[in-house]
Design a protein around this ligand. Structure first.
Ligand code: NAD
Ligand code: UD1
Length: 340
């Protein structure tokens, strides 16, 4: 398996995975419409790895454009990152989200089948567990969704399971990411959210760098140790390594497997803020604000299946996560844009 196609390869997780793949000797093809990313990310990956990426601009809903990629290159497997991921926006623009995420995935699978490429790693999310009744969460936990973004991930999981059921020669892994944070330790690539960040870590980083006044901590009355929400933050470099393991697994496995990619440890919002301040020696002013609608108290993975099937487990520490997030933010206060 040498040529690996990354849909959404220029994005946050895609760019880190592209780096890991290049360093492992794979030929990387990125197919991205840059709706939420910059080609600069891939240029920097090439520099870091000292190798070339085949960078293609295109939309996964464009069947002809996708077919041209498969016609031109001997793609062995696809890692499918392309998707829209903003929860609030998905509630405002549900058709756009379903069209892009669900429609795009169907088109991708159709083209893959046409070219007899049947190995797929899909970016799913812990969001498919909805408001889980118990933690840690294993892969057999009931699934539900509370917004169109989550629904789109859930629908895709069902579609891919039906596909494998009908055509058992597919090999598919549904990687359910918990909360990706951090950046490559070079500080050259990282998460570059548009506008006001929704997620905790980019928000903390932007407060620390002076782009925002203070962090709002959404609720301190949850049934957790300090009352703030608990999540399973996972370093994006660990996450990228998980994709390489998933590819290796697919080399000799068919069928479909859902696999959690998390650390198994939950940290509260206050623990994250305190770690960021302590490790980076910066200030992060905050205030307690009302709960954010739709948030849950606690969510963390049971990561045993990833270890058992893929031989993968997270290795980075909380200090690595907050240090690398800050390193990226400090070096790139405006992300990839020069004048954002
Ligand atoms: P991202 O927005 O940085 O990357 C997604 C990439 O897909 C972007 O480069 C975007 O331009 C591209 N894209 C979107 N629609 C496209 C289309 N129709 N055709 C071609 N390219 C398209 O997001 P990310 O954080 O790297 O997430 C990657 C995947 O992982 C997404 O599917 C996301 O839903 C999923 N995920 C992310 C998180 C997270 O917190 N970052 C958590 C769980 C799951
Ligand atoms: C959110 C999404 C989820 C998505 C995940 C990863 C919602 C409701 N859920 O999950 O679908 O899969 O991101 O992209 O948006 N927090 C603050 N202040 C902030 C931001 C966050 O206190 O400014 C708190 C939240 O209340 C939560 C924790 O920090 O307790 C993590 O929040 P976030 O990074 O948004 O991730 P999730 O809520 O887990």
């Amino acid at each position: 398996m040498n040529y690996i196609l990354l849909t959404g390869g220029a994005g946050y997780i895609g760019s880190h995975t592209a780096l890991a793949l290049l360093r492992a000797g794979y030929q990387v093809i990125s197919f991205d419409n840059y709706s939420n990313s910059s080609a600069t990310a891939l240029k920097r990956v090439e520099k870091l790895a000292g190798g070339n990426i085949i960078c293609l601009s295109g939309d996964i809903r464009d069947e002809a454009a996708l077919s041209a990629v498969f016609r031109q290159y001997p793609v062995a497997a696809v890692i499918h990152f392309a998707g829209l991921k903003a929860v609030g926006e998905s509630t405002e623009q549900p058709l756009h989200y379903y069209d892009n995420n669900v429609g795009g995935t169907i088109t991708l699978c159709r083209v893959m089948r046409e070219f007899n490429v049947k190995k797929l790693v899909f970016s799913s999310s812990a969001t498919v567990y909805g408001d889980a009744k118990t933690v840690p969460i294993d892969e057999t936990a009931p699934r539900s969704a509370t917004n169109p973004y989550g629904q789109s991930k859930l629908m895709i999981e069902h579609i891919l399971a039906d596909l494998v059921n009908a055509e058992p020669d597919w090999g598919i892994t549904l990687l359910r990411y918990f909360n990706p944070v951090g950046a490559d330790s070079s500080g050259q690539i990282g998460e570059d959210p548009n506008g006001i960040p929704n997620n905790l870590m980019p928000f903390i980083s932007q407060v620390a760098v002076g782009k925002r006044d203070k962090l709002n901590i959404f609720g301190n009355d949850y049934p957790t140790a300090d009352g703030t929400g608990v999540r399973d933050y996972i370093h994006v470099v660990d996450l990228a390594a998980g994709h390489l393991k998933a590819l290796q697994y697919l080399e000799n496995h068919q069928g479909i497997e859902a696999i959690n990619l998390g650390t198994g440890t939950g940290y509260s919002v206050l623990e994250m803020v305190n770690a960021f301040v302590r490790v980076n020696q910066v200030e992060v002013p905050y205030q307690i604000a009302p709960r954010r609608p739709g948030d849950i108290a606690s969510c963390f993975a049971r990561p045993d299946k990833a270890l058992k099937l893929l031989g993968w487990q997270a290795e980075k520490t909380l200090a690595d996560m907050v240090r690398d997030s800050w390193h990226w933010q400090r070096q790139n206060p405006n992300g990839y844009a020069e004048n954002k």
